[in-house]
Design a protein around this ligand. Structure first.
Ligand code: ATP
Length: 252
């Protein structure tokens, strides 16, 4: 039996009258990467953002259905959204480090959650940067501005920042699409490392990337989940003709 970290049940997301995500039920297991693929506008990012309630920040966005982490439905009014986002980290398409030092970018979250001890914070900074494959490049310049890092390094810093608060799930919205091929390859290597510990859900437009990094793939079309299966099956022998058409580049 797989260790399910997150489940959606009949999840729909609306922007005003428009339904961007339609009745999606999916389970996401620990230590596994799930890729969300589909043509532009099919609702991948909307679905992803709903998983840690980032859609709360969008005027007119409304959700029906359920999202479960353990025995908690995250849309219950009593949910502590700050704690929720500690459990479910998010990495965006464009690296968005704080305008602070490398060290402070990582220490910010743990400090916010009450860790004050300098030694403990030092340890979290080192561990997080190590897990994000950035420690060797930054250990001698932790006081430098995060903005002095390259784009690829900044993205790994953002991954380290999300790891620093000990999430169990990491959401990634096209995390490598703004990066050069070498930096992009490093992010893929990093995802392969991180999945040994975390449940990772990644939106990607890059079919090769989806095939390389994920165990499971969900194909979305016009807000609907067309097909969900093992990535190897989706990319070699999909059940639905629309999936086949999409992955073989016939549309989208
Ligand atoms: N803030 C918003 N307000 C209104 N409509 C929105 C908003 N964000 C997205 N939409 C609409 O919801 C639908 C799904 O958009 P979404 O960004 O989730 O798709 P996507 O599959 O992630 O697309 P892309 O691959 O281009 O990022 C689209 O029709 C889009 O125009």
């Amino acid at each position: 039996m797989q260790n399910i970290q997150l489940s959606t049940k009949d999840l729909s997301v609306f922007y005003g009258e428009k339904q961007a995500v339609k009745h999606i039920s999916l389970d996401f297991a620990a230590k596994q990467v799930t890729a969300l693929i589909g043509p532009s506008g099919c609702g991948k990012s909307t679905f992803l953002r709903s998983l840690n309630r980032m859609n709360d920040l969008i005027d007119g966005a409304r959700i029906t259905g359920e999202i479960w982490i353990g025995d908690e439905n995250i849309n219950d009014p009593g949910t502590d959204v700050v704690l929720l986002r500690q459990k479910i980290g998010m990495v965006w398409q464009r690296p968005n480090p704080f305008h602070k030092s490398i060290y402070e970018n990582i220490a910010f979250g743990p400090r916010y959650h009450g860790i004050r001890d300098k030694k403990k914070l030092d340890q979290i900074v080192e561990e997080s940067l190590t897990k994000a494959a950035l420690w060797n490049e930054t250990k001698d310049r932790l006081g430098d501005s995060a903005l002095s890092l390259s784009g690829g390094q900044q993205q790994r810093l953002c991954i380290a920042r999300s790891i620093a608060v000990s999430p169990s799930i990491i959401l990634m919205d096209e995390p490598a699409s703004a990066l050069d091929p070498v930096s992009s390859a490093k992010i893929e290597e990093l995802i392969a490392e991180l999945k040994q510990e975390y449940c990772i859900i990644i939106v990607t437009h890059n079919m090769h990337q989806a095939a390389r990094v994920s165990e499971k793939t969900a194909f979305f079309l016009m807000g609907e989940l067309v097909e969900y299966d093992d990535t190897s099956k989706i990319f070699t022998n999909p059940t639905d003709k629309r999936t086949d058409d999409y992955i073989s580049g016939r549309f989208g």
